[in-house]
Design a protein. Structure first.
Length: 403
């Protein structure tokens, strides 16, 4: 099973406000978000995690210079000893209930999916990997953790924190973040043994995982097969695959090439039945559409006025198709030449895109359950691409790792 080890982390010095210097994951930051983060602090992690073309001829060299420079001037300091980082996020879920995610950041030995130790949980879409690879080559660092799910029962109890955190802050979305370091040798060994006892599943960060494999292979080729390299492992946030520790949202679909009426007709011909009365824009914006979807077992097609119509899959229409809205919708639209599908999280973002004319229609999906994710993991199967959106997202800047 994959060895999981503590490492000597690179961290912001203790007097810097983590709310000012940490950032969301690079792939959810747009130009406006980045500008706001830079304005908040000239030491924000986006300066090297999301470098711009305007930073110079080679933005990755610039990122590496910033990262190294901040270590030289004391902005970033290296831990005196290896440790695990316990990371807790607290938030209010979509039903208004208090919730949390508790995990541990460490270094996980890399292995390929067919080796059975690290299991991707869904298929990936084609995406350029050169950006993260070029950044990793330049900085020789893991700048953000890949989110992994552990099949080992008892991890949450083992890492449950006590005492005051080393750092604690609240982000702009109201999510609370807190971190603790584990340095006790017996506890370090217990965490390593437990995580290493079962395979782990990639929850979020499939492309960074694949990029880490490529980087490892490059370093091995240069150093020789017997060399022990930091790039043989990668930084992960490992969370127990538990209903209590995970909040899974769906990733919805934007549809180009047809309007809502035509899309409803296509879905009705290909396995779905309209149910109930249409919902108006307020019902969609206010979230009542999600309750209606859950009650009726339906997806919802959003129209240009912001309203929605519910469609329930017919039991006999999807034999052999996974029991997931993403799988059924993908199956129904497969081969429909007029239709192009894009991905979008957030009901509000879907509704805004359609009412502004940026898409012809939208399809709201119900989330995959933790039980479904666990069943797929044990079966070694993958969900369709862009099925799950794990919330909230861990911040970049909690800890970095040299690789």
């Amino acid at each position: 099973m994959p060895p999981f080890q503590p490492f000597a982390g690179i961290r912001y010095r203790a007097d810097l406000d983590p709310a000012a210097v940490t950032a969301p994951p690079y792939d959810v930051i747009d130009d406006e978000d980045r500008a706001a983060l830079v304005a908040r602090s000239d030491r924000n992690a986006v300066h090297f995690d999301l470098p711009l073309e305007s930073d110079g001829v080679d933005r990755y060299v610039h990122a590496a210079e910033v990262f190294a420079g901040w270590q030289a001037d004391g902005t970033l300091v290296t831990d005196p000893e290896p440790s695990y980082t316990v990371y807790r996020m607290t938030f209010v879920d979509d039903h208004g209930r208090p919730a949390r995610t508790l995990g541990v950041i460490g270094a996980l030995e890399l292995s390929r999916p067919d080796e059975g130790q690290i299991l991707p949980h869904e298929h990936t879409t084609k995406k350029a990997k050169t950006d993260r690879l070029d950044l990793m080559r330049a900085t020789c660092a893991n700048l953000s953790p890949v989110w992994m799910l552990s099949l080992a029962a008892g991890l949450t109890a083992l890492i449950e924190p006590s005492g005051a955190p080393d750092a604690e802050w609240t982000d702009d979305d109201g999510v609370g973040h807190a971190v603790w370091r584990i340095t006790d040798p017996d506890r370090l060994a217990a965490v390593s043994e437990l995580v290493g006892s079962q395979p782990v599943v990639v929850a979020d960060g499939h492309h960074r995982y694949e990029t880490s494999l490529t980087h490892r292979d490059e370093r091995r080729a240069a150093a020789g097969p017997d060399a022990e390299l930091a790039s043989d492992a990668f930084m992960c946030l490992v969370v127990e695959l538990s209903e209590d520790e995970l909040h899974v949202r769906p990733i919805h679909r934007l549809v180009d090439g047809v309007d809502a009426d035509a899309l409803v007709a296509i879905l009705a011909e290909r396995g779905f039945t309209p149910v109930g009365d249409p919902l108006d824009g307020d019902a969609v914006a206010g979230g009542r559409v999600l309750s209606a979807m859950a009650e009726t077992g339906a997806v919802a097609v959003v129209d240009a006025q912001g309203g929605a119509r519910l469609l329930r899959p017919r039991p006999d229409a999807f034999a052999g198709v996974a029991d997931l809205d993403s799988a059924r919708v993908g199956h129904a639209l497969d081969g429909v030449g007029a239709v192009a599908v894009r991905f979008q999280h957030g009901v509000d973002h879907v509704q805004a895109a359609i009412t502004k004319g940026d898409a012809g229609a939208g399809i709201l999906l119900r989330p995959a359950t933790v039980a479904q994710i666990e069943a797929n993991a044990h079966a070694g199967e993958r969900m369709p691409a862009k099925t799950t959106f794990f919330h909230p997202k861990p911040r970049t800047g909690v800890v970095f790792r040299a690789c």
